[in-house]
Design a binder for this molecule. Structure first.
Ligand SMILES: NC(=O)c1ccc[n+]([C@@H]2O[C@H](COP(=O)([O-])OP(=O)(O)OC[C@H]3O[C@@H](n4cnc5c(N)ncnc54)[C@H](OP(=O)(O)O)[C@@H]3O)[C@@H](O)[C@H]2O)c1
Length: 382
């Protein structure tokens, strides 16, 4: 391989570039959690020819996106002098192939790294392998800045959280300005609080989780399908209903075949062990997988057990799309890691308000933004 002279790994060159990448990464922190937000850049000569980011959970990593962008820009891999990445590349295959392999295959001779992977299982592994393969590697140890900007990822790695054997829970709901999850009965068909832009955002969000979790109250009130209506390469998320007494109607739309352009995950009903056998069979006949779990002190399905079951299925990022009761129950047990709240332009509403609950949450990395006519609040509960 012809290696051209370059000062691509000069700290004076990479430090400002890393800072720029980290700033751009931050915008994506809620889309990737509990993964870290990572950015990468390809340098050719003294030019940054492409940048790439880890855009959403389960999606391609920053290094792979940066390389694809460089190819799209017409810069051949033989002209890539260095890749600069805010976090040590992954060295083992996860939801996507290892970035280390992609870097070696592309023949990039130099790698500049912002921070060593804080995960003790991987820390330093890729650096060692790249050096053994003859690459020039420079680490600008920026662990402090990285940890500050990736609080969710670092919290996810904490030994106590890792031992908790429960998925990352992202609670999402739409509320009126007064915090009710159901609008006043004279508003439209009484169903949608949020605008069409927010509804389509939620469709994308559904395609970026392993499961959607809801309560039987929502199934009975709204009869949702919980399908994914945007193109996605991932398999559709499992649709999980917490239903202690098997009150899910056999006629629920959850059991309908997906429409064209829709993808629908398996329906799982988490109920109490020993729930009514006839209803159990009837729901199984409709295609549901019914799982019996232990009760909590209120004789509802134990949420701790439910989460353990989800974890045991290998489900790691779960979207909680329930009504006020299931949401409150999760907040009370501190089972929520992240929230996304759409506040529509409607006053009043029906049912309890989540206003006080929301005000009492201590949010980290909070972001307020707009989506169409709605106000959106995102934050972590770490
Ligand atoms: N705006 C929004 O984002 C949004 C989203 C969803 C729903 N909603 C609205 O919310 C309303 C329904 O509210 P909801 O509170 O009845 O629905 P929900 O929270 O989805 O479901 C509540 C039901 O879940 C079951 N459940 C099972 N295990 C539980 C546990 N450990 N803790 C608590 N509940 C458990 C309970 O029934 P069992 O005891 O029988 O199991 C409970 O009645 C509807 O009007 C719907 O339109 C709004």
């Amino acid at each position: 391989m012809i290696q051209r002279h370059t000062n691509a790994l000069d700290p004076n060159v990479i430090a400002p570039l890393l800072e720029e990448l980290r700033r751009e990464c931050l915008e994506r922190r809620f889309s990737v959690a509990p993964n870290p937000c990572v950015g990468a850049a390809i340098i050719s000569g003294d030019r940054v020819v492409a940048k790439g980011f880890h855009e959403h959970w389960g999606g391609a990593h920053a290094e792979v996106n940066a390389m694809a962008a460089a190819r799209d820009a017409g810069v051949d891999p033989s002209e890539w002098d260095a890749i600069i990445v805010t976090l040590e590349p992954c060295s083992s295959e996860g939801k996507t192939p290892a970035c280390l392999e992609a870097i070696l295959e592309a023949g990039i001779p130099r790698v500049g790294i912002g921070a060593i992977d804080p995960d003790p299982r991987h820390a330093g592994a890729a650096i060692r392998l790249m050096e053994e393969a003859g690459l020039e590697v420079r680490v600008l140890e920026e662990r402090g800045a990285f940890e500050e900007e990736n609080a969710a990822f670092c919290a996810w790695l904490e030994p106590e959280r890792a031992r908790a054997t429960r998925p990352w829970i992202l609670a999402k709901w739409a509320q009126t300005r007064t915090g009710q999850l159901s609008p006043p009965s004279d508003v439209g068909d009484g169903r949608w609080i949020s605008c069409s832009e927010s509804l389509s955002e939620v469709q994308s969000l559904r395609s970026e989780v392993d499961a959607i979790l809801t309560g039987v109250g929502t199934v009975r009130a709204d009869d949702p399908r919980l399908t994914v209506r945007v193109p996605s390469e991932r398999s559709a998320p499992l649709r999980v209903v917490l239903d202690s007494y098997l009150r899910t109607p056999v006629t629920a739309k959850l059991f309908d075949a997906p429409e064209e352009g829709e993808s629908a995950g398996e329906v799982v009903i988490l109920t109490l062990a020993g729930a009514d056998g006839a209803r159990w069979r009837a729901l199984e006949d409709r295609g549901a997988r019914v799982i019996g779990l232990r009760a909590d002190e209120q004789d509802s399905v134990s949420l701790v057990e439910a989460h353990r079951w989800l974890w045991d299925q290998g489900l790691r990022r779960v979207l909680l799309e329930g009504g006020p009761r299931i949401l409150q129950a999760h907040f009370e047990l501190e089972l929520v890691d992240q929230i996304r709240v759409y506040t529509g332009d409607i006053f009043g509403g029906e049912g309890v308000s989540l206003g006080q609950t929301l005000a009492s949450l201590s949010l980290q990395g909070r972001m307020d933004r707009e989506c169409g006519q709605d106000a959106v609040l995102e934050g972590f509960l770490l």
